[in-house]
Design a protein around this ligand. Structure first.
Ligand code: ADP
Ligand code: MG
Length: 406
């Protein structure tokens, strides 16, 4: 893995202005933060720099503003961030920001206004890069979840200021490297979730990388259909069965064993504990039934596979886990993975918005080796970088290379 500079390499920061790119884009409802996971992820880096006497200037975006709007002002997350940080945090607007920053003392922390209030932020406009760079002496990128985007505050600044990975970024990059870069084998990947179409690139990349590809969730239905199984009313992308066949063939060539469920949990209506609920073999799904989870025999077989593996990457729930009892398979396999991790026989890395929610629901997120808080960036990482040089090239590797060069 290309080495990169971290806070261990940053030197004496006392009295220096450090621009720290964080992801404070926490889910909000009616102007209130509903989940502070991302805010908490930012704490170690900000606290460490403040403790060392830096003037910490947090750069962050919120939502997708077309023009500056109070609804997406970082003023809304400043107070919640102060609460999780446990020390005062100032909010600084883009008007008069330089003068405000000049009043800060070593050890002070401020959140600057939404970086996307500048139209050029998302275009990586050099003028915006310079606008930000003028405010600081050093740059720390701690926002892995924004690292797949080459924006002024995520990528541009690393060109013009001495750049370092923050603690959260460092942890992400190291965990991902351990899981797919240079993993201990055998490696298993669980890919679930609703649709094949959103994860085609992930599947294509993984078959070439992993020893076992476990497919669950709605997307398994498309693969089952490709193998001639009648999936009834299930969520299924029938137009993608050809693509699914290609992935199965690629897996064969790469010696990757693909695991599709033998048994499934079905119902005639999608509701909690519906009267029509039953478990059956995949070949016995009726025309008016839909597959909403993988079955207990499949889960048992998959648990046995995980027991033979040393590394696991997981994206996507195995069933419609928000509605009971269709969380059963996801919860059971997640608990197996967590137990194997705790016993020390498995390195387990998971990511994805719904996946993290499912692991929290199973009560095991803390027992995995690493759970990525990034959605898009994690998926793009799972898509690999040997894809045609395209817009999907994961910027985190380029950022890493840049750190290595300094
Ligand atoms: P992530 O956010 O972790 O990447 P996805 O967004 O791809 O995951 O998929 C999660 C969604 O897939 C969940 O809302 C879940 O209800 C749905 N899902 C999983 N299995 C099924 C199924 N068999 N039928 C319908 N929806 C499913
Ligand atoms: Mg999702």
């Amino acid at each position: 893995m290309a080495s990169f500079k971290t806070l261990d390499d940053i030197g004496d920061v006392a009295g220096k202005r450090v621009l720290v790119r964080e992801d404070l884009n926490a889910p909000m409802a009616e102007g209130k933060v509903t989940d502070d996971t991302r805010l908490r992820a930012a704490v170690p880096t900000v606290a460490e720099l403040a403790d060392k006497g830096a003037i910490v200037l947090v750069l962050a975006h919120l939502g997708r503003p077309k023009v500056p709007t109070p609804d997406l002002s970082t003023a809304l997350v400043t107070r919640p961030f102060q609460d999780v940080l446990g020390r005062p945090v100032r909010y600084i607007d883009w008007e008069g920001d330089a003068a405000s920053i000049a009043t800060l003392q070593p050890g002070d922390v401020a959140v600057l206004e939404n970086t996307r209030f500048f139209g050029g932020e998302e275009k990586n406009d050099p003028a915006v890069v310079q606008r930000f760079a003028a405010l600081g002496d050093l740059y720390v990128n701690d926002a892995f979840s924004a690292a797949h985007r080459a924006h002024a505050s995520t990528e541009g600044l690393a060109h013009v200021l001495p750049a370092f990975a923050g603690r959260a970024m460092e942890a992400e990059l190291r965990a991902l490297e351990k899981a797919l870069g240079d993993p201990e084998r055998p490696v298993a990947a669980v890919v679930g979730g609703a649709k094949v179409s959103t994860k085609l690139e992930v599947l294509r990349h993984l078959v070439a990388k992993v020893d076992h590809l476990i497919i669950g969730g709605g997307m398994a239905n498309t693969f089952l259909a490709a193998r001639g199984v009648n999936v009834g009313k299930s969520l299924c992308e029938h137009d993608l069965t050809g693509m699914a066949e290609e992935i199965l063939e690629a897996a064969d060539r790469a010696n990757c064993t693909v695991h599709l469920p033998y048994d499934v949990v079905v119902a005639k209506e999608f509701a909690a504990n519906p009267p029509s609920l039953r478990t059956c073999n995949v070949h016995e799904v009726a025309a008016d039934e839909m597959i909403l989870d993988i079955g207990p025999a499949a889960v048992e077989a998959l648990a046995d596979v995980l027991k033979t593996c040393r590394t696991l990457v997981w994206n996507g729930p195995l069933g419609a886990f928000e509605t009971p009892p269709f969380d059963t398979a996801t919860v059971a396999l997640a608990r197996t993975a967590a137990a194997l991790t705790q016993e020390g026989s498995l390195v387990s890395v998971a990511g994805g918005g719904d996946t993290v929610a499912a692991l929290n629901h199973a009560g095991v997120a803390g027992d995995f080796t690493f759970v990525s808080t990034a959605g898009g960036a994690f998926l793009e990482w799972m898509e690999g970088k040997e894809l045609p040089a395209s817009r999907r090239l994961p910027t985190e590797f380029r950022i890493e290379d840049r750190y290595a060069g300094q």
